[in-house]
Design a protein around this ligand. Structure first.
Ligand code: ADP
Ligand code: MG
Length: 320
């Protein structure tokens, strides 16, 4: 298939309102009075964020979901996305068909459509770039900068599973049973961002960020932007049974989980008098939400366990 056949047969069926069936130079997002359009982009690459042997449908879903996680952390409702592909010669029509099926599944799940993109060749590894758009009430985007001393710190989901999955992919020794192993691998392969819970943050959170590089690293971004210190209780950081079985309960296991990256959960802060509402929203959207620490005057992030500060040498994943 050439570029235009790919667009027409594989991607045009995914196009939504304003995309003109991918037959024009550009697409339209109709402005919504009273709303802001929230924009984010993230790329994933073979060998770094997924493996050549991963099913292409789940690769597609990961490419989308790493972006939906950013929208959720900003309190936005996802609307549409753009897709840019750099395809190596090894990619064939079957791969692309299954890739599009993965996109179609998540378009239904998250009520989003494809607006356009770009398709090119590469001699390097496969790279997939998504730009996602969401809407939030005007002025309501949740910033990194609003945390205040006295606020509570929360995180959604469990932390470190994806790092555990990656370690298994990389053949780290373990004695997990098959369901535990598969659960961790699945979390690496297919992020589960709390897309529906995200918009509840708009009214509740003082600051928020998505956890992509590692819990400590991403909390560091909130600490910097808000000019506060975040103090975490290591024993409160939610870890799955599978990850506990894999890495254990030592200090090092918690440091590893909180610096591993690829979680695609949300960390946020909220005033203490909002606690009941936070837990009510969590319950309503069936999202696990855990209070893991508090905001204090100062700088940076401190991971404490029973009164001791745990040494964190590297707060998260770094590309460079
Ligand atoms: P241009 O020549 O301006 O780059 P293209 O020929 O690349 O335009 O694209 C034609 C149409 O197909 C455009 O609407 C573009 O948005 C869409 N398109 C190209 N590649 C993709 C893709 N990977 N996913 C979605 N839409 C795509
Ligand atoms: Mg193009």
């Amino acid at each position: 298939m050439d570029e235009f056949q790919i667009i027409k047969t594989i991607f045009a069926p995914l196009a939504g309102e304003g995309a003109f069936g991918l037959t024009d130079d550009a697409a339209i997002i109709r402005a919504r009075p009273g709303f802001d359009l929230v924009v984010t982009t993230d790329a994933i690459a073979e060998g770094t964020d997924f493996f050549a042997f991963d099913p292409s449908g789940s690769v597609a879903q990961k490419a989308l979901r790493v972006n939906l996680s950013d929208l959720a952390a900003k309190g936005a409702v996802p609307h549409a996305y753009l897709l840019s592909l750099a395809l190596p010669p090894s990619i064939n029509a079957d791969w692309l068909t299954a890739f599009a099926a993965g996109l179609a599944q998540d378009q239904t799940e998250f009520a989003i459509t494809l607006l356009g993109g770009d398709t090119g060749r590469t001699e390097g590894p496969l790279a997939i770039s998504v730009t996602a758009f969401g809407f939030v009430q005007h002025g309501g985007m949740v910033r990194r900068s609003g945390a205040r001393a006295g606020d509570d710190v929360y995180v959604t989901g469990t932390i470190g599973d994806s790092g555990g999955g990656l370690a298994i992919y990389k053949r780290e020794k373990h004695t997990l049973d098959e369901p535990q192993r598969d659960a961790l691998l699945a979390r690496y392969r297919m992020p589960q961002p709390p897309v529906r819970f995200g918009p509840a943050l708009r009214d509740l959170a003082s600051a928020a960020a998505d956890v992509s590089d590692g819990l400590i690293a991403d909390l560091g971004h909130i600490a910097d932007a808000s000019a506060v210190q975040l103090v975490l209780d290591a024993d409160l950081v939610p870890r799955s049974d599978a990850l506990r079985a894999f890495w254990g309960e030592e200090d090092a296991a918690i440091v590893r989980a909180t610096t591993a990256g690829d979680d695609y959960q949300i960390v946020f802060t909220a005033a203490p008098n909002r606690h009941a509402e936070v837990m009510k929203a969590a319950n309503y959207y069936r999202t696990q939400v855990t209070r893991i620490g508090r905001v204090e005057a100062g700088t940076g992030v401190e991971l404490t366990r029973q009164g001791r500060a745990l040494p964190v040498l590297r707060p998260g994943y770094q590309h460079f």
